[in-house]
Design a binder for this molecule. Structure first.
Ligand code: CA
Length: 235
């Protein structure tokens, strides 16, 4: 099944492991982009759209969780964590941050590419949202002025709280992609651990009310029972 070549950001400080990963990804038709530090990875993400991030937890400058927390402020890109050994990672922390999968070292290159494919499939092919401020939808229904932190829907500027803005920004970065409550929390809250599932639900409710006020006939946020929320792809 020929797919457009997708860029996979590989964040790993050990050159030998990074080489194995990038070689495997290349063989499978992906375009690997290797960065050895968290800072370099975040800088790369700000510059180009990436379909998925393979993120080592143990990096020299910051740990993988902090990198994930940082990138979630602006990007909805799927993340697979690499851990030094199974059990090292508190999966709860990773899940709060919206991790899409884990892989414990050592792993086979084949295992990694299989996970990458599975996550890309699960995230509905919307793995390359780019920065939240990039032109979001294929339609003109939404306008996102990132410099002013303002989002307009069908020509009406929305008066949003900070969390509502960040939550809607995350949805807007990948129309059609289903986000779990954990992923939305990680995207919109500075301290996702302090938020609860129902906090997300409450904010979705107020967001819907504001969208209804802007466009009474539209209901662009879709609830997926047991899964989370997505933004309707408008044509
Ligand atoms: Ca490492």
């Amino acid at each position: 099944m020929p797919l457009p070549r997708q860029t996979i950001l590989v964040v790993e400080d050990e050159a030998a492991i990074a080489e194995t990963i990038t070689y495997a990804l290349q063989t499978e038709g992906f375009v690997p982009l290797w960065k050895a530090t968290g800072r370099d990875a975040l800088a790369a993400l700000a510059q180009q759209p990436v379909a998925l991030v393979v993120l080592d937890v143990g990096l020299p400058d910051m740990n993988g969780f902090d990198v994930c927390r940082e990138l979630r402020r602006r990007h909805a890109v799927p993340v697979i964590f690499l851990t030094a050994r199974s059990g090292e990672v508190d999966k709860g922390v990773g899940l709060e941050l919206g991790a899409d999968d884990y892989l414990a070292k050592p792993f086979s290159p084949r295992e990694l590419t299989a996970r990458v494919r599975a996550v890309l499939r699960r995230t509905n092919g919307h793995g390359a949202p780019g920065p939240v401020g990039s032109p979001p939808a294929p339609s003109g229904a939404w306008q996102h002025d990132e410099a002013r932190c303002r989002i307009s829907y069908r020509g009406r500027a929305l008066d949003l709280t900070r969390n509502e803005y960040r939550l809607l920004g995350a949805l807007l970065a990948s129309p059609g992609r289903v986000f779990s409550r954990e992923q939305l929390m990680a995207a919109a809250w500075d301290d996702p651990g302090a938020a609860l599932d129902r906090t997300v639900d409450a904010h979705i409710k107020t967001l819907r009310a504001k969208l209804r006020a802007a466009a009474p006939d539209a209901d662009p946020i879709v609830t997926h029972r047991g899964l989370g929320y997505s933004l309707r792809e408008e044509t």
